[in-house]
Design a protein around this ligand. Structure first.
Ligand code: SF4
Ligand code: SF4
Length: 356
């Protein structure tokens, strides 16, 4: 099969260039901070056309515009085109021209050489009956994993954590197509014993990658908890909060209601932000942007916390190992400016408090 190319998406790119409807622009989290068209989807489609027609050459300026994107999919939810496929191909084109951030190359090399993205004091393993894929972030956070496994056990699930390697999402997302193929082979070999089983997952990004890039039968563990929550008689929490939909969990996997069902069962008073569910906006941690533009990522996180304040709450609950620390950074920095600290809570911690 031919590898995907920008040329294959020419009709879509021209559709945007001719339509220029702009539905994607105003709430693009990067545009919201930068205020420049080139960072929004409509601008990237112009860049794609320029590259297709040879009107512009790959350059560091183009690289920056292409890399300053969260691959969050907000624009795709507003559009009828395959925006994210096109942006990923733009990144691949930059990598082919040796135009890419050193941070992205370093991560790719690390995953290729070591099989995982972050330091693991000691890899988590566990005997059990239900396969649970932790992913690199959780493999580096054994205390959080202990809490989650304890919650799952209280839900009657006995997780089995096997030998794991990185799913390679960040490698593919940052344009290293060939290296991703190598990583895919290693992942498929390592996880082969579970290829025909239902696998529970924790990280939304790993979940979508295991599903779409590996064709595995995955179920995010929070869905398994939501299925059982009514039978568990959880303690009622005295909490008013909003829920932040992680991009991969919500928009891309369609898991919007299950976390809200759990919050309701826990007695949480839930107020929605204007941008919720399919039109939720990113925390600032997606697409490798935080590695190359940490200040931009921080401003995006602050904007998301502003959304929560606008909803009238001082607590944000979410369920993603990237969103929680990214939003917390934004909340801490924004507190210095507005004098209010919005706390960011992990749904797993609330479950830990509420389940006997
Ligand atoms: S919504 Fe789609 S078609 Fe409209 S400007 Fe944005 S990318 Fe182009
Ligand atoms: S994927 Fe997200 S950050 Fe990138 S252009 Fe679309 S809305 Fe903006």
């Amino acid at each position: 099969m031919d590898k995907p190319s920008l040329e294959q998406y020419a009709a879509e790119i021209y559709t945007c260039n001719r339509t220029r409807c702009g539905f994607c622009v105003a709430d693009c989290p990067v545009y919201r901070v930068k205020g420049l068209e080139g960072y929004a989807s409509r601008g990237k489609m112009m860049i794609a056309r320029g590259l297709l027609e040879g009107l512009i050459e790959p350059s560091e300026e183009v690289e920056e515009l292409v890399e300053d994107c969260l691959l969050c999919g907000y624009c795709q939810a507003r559009c009828a085109l395959n925006n994210l496929d096109i942006f990923t191909l733009l990144r691949q084109r930059m990598v082919e021209e040796d135009l890419c951030a050193p941070e992205h190359r370093e991560k790719t090399v690390k995953i290729l050489e070591e099989g995982h993205l972050f330091q693991r004091p000691s890899p988590v393993r566990r005997e059990g009956t239900v396969p649970l894929y932790l992913g690199c972030l959780y493999q580096s956070r054994s205390v959080e994993v202990k809490t989650i496994i304890s919650v799952l056990k209280r839900c009657g699930i006995d997780p089995l954590v096997a030998d794991e390697v990185c799913c390679g999402y960040i490698v593919e997302a940052t344009g290293f197509r060939q290296e991703f193929e190598t990583i895919q082979e290693r992942f498929a070999e390592t996880y082969d014993p579970y290829a025909d089983k239902e696998i529970l997952t924790l990280c939304p990004t790993c979940t979508i990658t295991l599903k779409e890039q590996y064709g595995l039968n995955v179920k995010h563990a929070i869905v398994a908890v939501a299925d059982r929550i009514e039978t568990l008689s959880p303690r009622q929490l005295d909490l008013k909060a909003t829920y932040h939909d992680p991009c991969h969990l919500g928009r891309m996997l369609g898991i919007f209601e299950e976390p809200r069902t759990i919050l309701e069962a826990l007695g949480v008073e839930l107020l929605e932000m204007d941008q919720n569910r399919v039109f939720s906006t990113c925390c600032g941690g997606g697409g490798g942007l935080a590695d190359t533009s940490p200040e931009l990522s921080l401003e995006i996180a602050k904007n998301r916390i502003r959304d929560a304040l606008k909803a009238g709450v001082e607590n944000v609950v979410t369920v993603c190992p990237t969103c929680v620390p990214t939003l917390l950074k934004g909340a801490s920095r924004l507190a210095n400016e507005v004098g209010v600290f919005v706390d960011v809570l992990d749904l797993w911690d609330l479950l830990d408090q509420a389940l006997d």
